[in-house]
Each structure stands twice: as structure tokens, then as C-alpha cells.
Design a protein around this ligand. Structure first.
Ligand code: NIG
Ligand code: FE
Length: 413
């Protein structure tokens, strides 16, 4: 893929398009022979070509060649910036070890912490850039990137700075999430409370003051942090006016989702073990359920998230890669769509909404991403596909779309 080309403006009238269902918002039907007008990098009009206002007739045309169009995709949960890889742990797990056993034996997240701390910011950028490019090739226009492999002020800062740099270098919306409470760093072994105090009193305020934090996350789990520790971090986030989200109910039902919902969480993520109380709390708070089928698959999990109950409760469901070196080394959001459908039994419209509208909401980006609407930045994808279901259907090789990102033609196949 060519580097981001700041000169390829997407301004003008795009015609010969087939809009996918939901592209124009909740429950919007598919629209054949559609047009999109882009001016100054923003969508100014979208609808049936027959209804195109005459003043646009003379504006430069972009022929969409009968492409299927979706909003730009949103990958709302990633740990994209890290050093090293953990294929050895994958092999250990295949030989019988569990994720918890590997973590308790000094592997797991802490082994990625060692490799991340050893890397310079330039090295972390060079490692993360091709990962980001793989996601961008499939039409990702906004991505969340978490810290959590630094676990000290200096190293968390490095991760978040690299995340910001990636957004600028590739012209993609990056939302940074501070995940200082991802694991207990080895130097704080047995002193969990001391570390959480450091996270809340030093690390988070300093990084927020540097403009590096858009949201705050915690790994609430028996091998992560307790409910009380999680709440302490949420309170610190609230003092700074930062929204929260949570790695919740992945391996056990800790009640983290209900706690997060009480704090107005943008999302609760993983949630394989989510309870009925958790669902009710999320519904009341408007939190998004972020489904991570890559981690479910890679850990050979068998405990399904409560999809039908979430559906019945009307909790919006997003789908994301959870790209990370331990539990989901996945670099294809479309493959996650396939897994969300096959493993979790999402319908195709649910899965598509899960990587557009609902994913945008999980990042607080619902007014700028996840649908094609006048007044929003032009982020949309032209797929060389006949059927919307093909987005979730192809396995292992995916169509190369034309991508309009941040008002520019960022990629042509
Ligand atoms: O989202 N569950 C905790 N965090 C990551 C895994 C991190 C790791 O194993 O490195 C996740 O699955
Ligand atoms: Fe994660």
C-alpha cells in the first residue's frame, strides 16, 4: 500500500454506488444507484442519485463502478503497539498449559512488557506500522490503541506517543486508551495496591495532562485487578473527565461490567461470562458490548458470550480484533466478522453494524464515524463485492477496496 497521500482529495460527487444496509444509520435499507457528495473533506449529501441536487451536476465525478459502499470500518479494541511476539506461549498452550498458567509462570502480558520496555519509540513505531497498514487495507478508518505493555510512566507514555504518531503518519483516527492497570508489573509483585495508587495518582494524571489519553481501561480479572482496584482507577478517570471501558468477564464473572456501567462505561469488552445483571446494567447505561471472537478462538474458549440475551436487551454489539500478541494476533477485521457470525451466531447486518456504527459508539465517535452522514468527515469504503454477506464470507483472503479516509482517497486497489 502506498503511504498516505495528502493530495488525493475525495472532494466531488461519487456516483454508481450501491449503499449497504445500515450505511446511512440504524435500520437504513440498502440503496442501489446512490451518490455521495464530498466537499472540504466532509460528506455534504448522500442519497439516491436520482435525487441529487442539480447544483452538484457540474462537480467533479468519481465513478464508483457499481461498488458496494459501507462506512469506514472501526476497530474499537486493539493493543497494537508492543515489542516481541508470543508464539512460544501459543505452542505451550497447545501442549496443555492454560492462559492463566502461562501468566502465573511469568509469561503472558508480563513477557510482552519486557519486550516493549526494551524497544525505543522508533522501534515500536516500526513494528506497529505494518500491523496498522494491514488493518487499513481492509477499510479501517478509525482505531483504538491501548497502552498496557509499558506499566511504568515512561513506558506507557512511549506506547501512547507511538499510537498518536501512527494516527498522524497514516491519516487515520486513533483513539488512545490508557491501560496501565493491565497486569501487575514484576517490580510490584505482592504490592498491588501500591501499583494502583501509582496508576491513579501519578501515571494517569501525567499522561492525561500530556494529551495522550482519550479513555481509561482496566483488566478486571482474577489474574488482573480486583473490582475495588478497578473502581479506584475509574474514579481517577472521572476526576480527569475521561470516559472508561473495561476488559470484563473474559475468564470469570467478576461483576466488572455492572461496575463499569455504573461509571457510564463506553463499553464492556470480551464478556464471555457476562451475567443477566451485567446485561441489565449495560443496557441502562448505554454501554456497548464489544465482542472479541479472535481471542475466544485463539484461546480455544468454549464459553460463549450471552449473544441472544444481549440482542433481546437491545445492547449494541460491536466486533473488534483485540489485536495483541498473547490472545489475538489477528490483523483482519473482516476475519473477525466471519468469526462473529460463525462462532457467536451474529447475523450479517449485526456483524456489519458491529464494525461500523456500534464500534464507533464504543469509542465515543458516533458523531464522526460509523455511518455515512452529511456533516461528518468522509470515511467510506468501496468494495468490489456483489453481496453484503461477502464481507463476512471470504476466509483468509479479502477483497481490496477503495478507501476514502479523512476526506482523502487513501487507497485504490
Ligand atoms: O484483550 N485480557 C487481557 N488483555 C488482552 C490480552 C493481553 C495479552 O495476553 O497480552 C486481551 O485479551
Ligand atoms: Fe484486549
Amino acid at each position: 500500500m502506498k503511504p498516505f497521500d495528502t493530495h488525493a482529495s475525495a472532494d466531488g460527487v461519487w456516483t454508481n454506488l450501491r449503499l449497504a444496509p445500515e450505511a446511512l444509520g440504524a435500520d437504513a435499507p440498502a440503496l442501489d444507484d446512490a451518490a455521495i457528495v464530498v466537499a472540504g473533506g466532509q460528506v455534504t449529501w448522500v442519497g439516491a442519485r436520482a435525487a441529487l441536487p442539480t447544483e452538484h451536476a457540474h462537480v467533479a465525478q468519481h465513478d464508483g463502478r457499481d461498488a458496494l459502499v459501507t462506512p469506514g470500518l472501526v476497530d474499537c479494541h486493539t493493543h497494537l503497539v508492543y515489542g516481541g511476539q508470543r508464539a512460544n506461549e501459543f505452542a505451550l498452550r497447545l501442549a496443555g498449559a492454560t492462559y492463566e498458567e502461562v501468566a502465573r509462570a511469568g509469561g503472558g502480558i508480563v513477557s510482552s512488557v519486557r519486550a516493549t520496555r526494551a524497544a525505543s519509540e522508533d522501534e515500536l513505531f516500526a513494528l506497529a506500522a505494518p500491523r496498522l497498514q494491514a488493518l487499513l487495507r481492509e477499510g479501517v478508518c478509525a482505531i483504538e490503541i491501548k497502552s498496557g505493555y509499558g506499566l511504568s510512566l515512561e513506558h506507557e507514555r512511549a506506547q501512547l506517543r507511538v499510537a498518536r504518531r501512527l494516527g498522524e503518519a497514516f491519516g487515520v483516527t486513533v483513539r488512545t486508551t490508557f491501560l496501565g492497570a493491565h497486569a501487575l508489573p514484576p517490580e510490584y509483585a505482592g504490592r498491588s495496591q501500591v501499583y494502583i495508587d501509582l496508576v491513579c495518582q501519578d501515571m494517569l494524571p501525567a499522561l492525561a495532562a500530556e494529551g495522550l489519553v482519550d479513555a481509561v481501561d482496566v483488566f478486571c480479572e482474577t489474574i488482573g485487578f480486583s473490582l475495588a482496584e478497578t473502581e479506584q482507577v475509574f474514579r481517577a478517570a472521572q476526576v480527569l473527565g475521561l470516559p472508561v471501558k473495561l476488559h470484563a468477564e473474559q475468564l470469570s464473572d467478576m461483576g466488572g461490567s455492572a461496575l463499569a456501567a455504573r461509571h457510564g462505561a463506553l463499553s464492556c469488552d470480551h464478556i464471555e461470562h457476562l451475567s443477566a445483571e451485567g446485561i441489565a446494567a449495560m443496557r441502562a447505561a448505554g454501554s456497548v458490548a464489544v465482542l472479541l471472537p479472535g481471542a475466544y478462538y485463539f484461546l480455544r474458549d468454549t464459553h460463549l458470550p450471552p449473544i441472544q440475551a444481549l440482542r433481546e436487551a437491545g445492547v449494541p454489539m460491536a466486533v473488534s480484533t483485540d489485536h495483541n500478541p498473547g490472545t489475538s494476533p489477528a490483523l483482519s477485521l473482516l476475519l473477525m466478522l466471519n468469526m462473529a457470525c460463525t462462532l457467536f451466531r451474529l447475523t450479517v447486518p449485526e456483524a456489519v453494524a458491529g464494525v461500523t456504527r456500534h464500534a464507533a459508539r464504543a469509542l465515543g465517535l458516533q458523531t464522526s464515524h460509523g455511518q455515512i452522514a452529511p456533516g461528518q468527515p468522509a470515511n467510506f469504503v468501496l468494495w468490489p463485492l456483489q453481496a453484503v454477506a461477502e464481507l463476512a464470507y471470504w476466509l483468509g483472503q479479502h477483497p481490496q477496496p477503495t478507501v476514502v479516509r479523512q476526506g482523502r482517497i487513501a487507497q485504490r486497489p
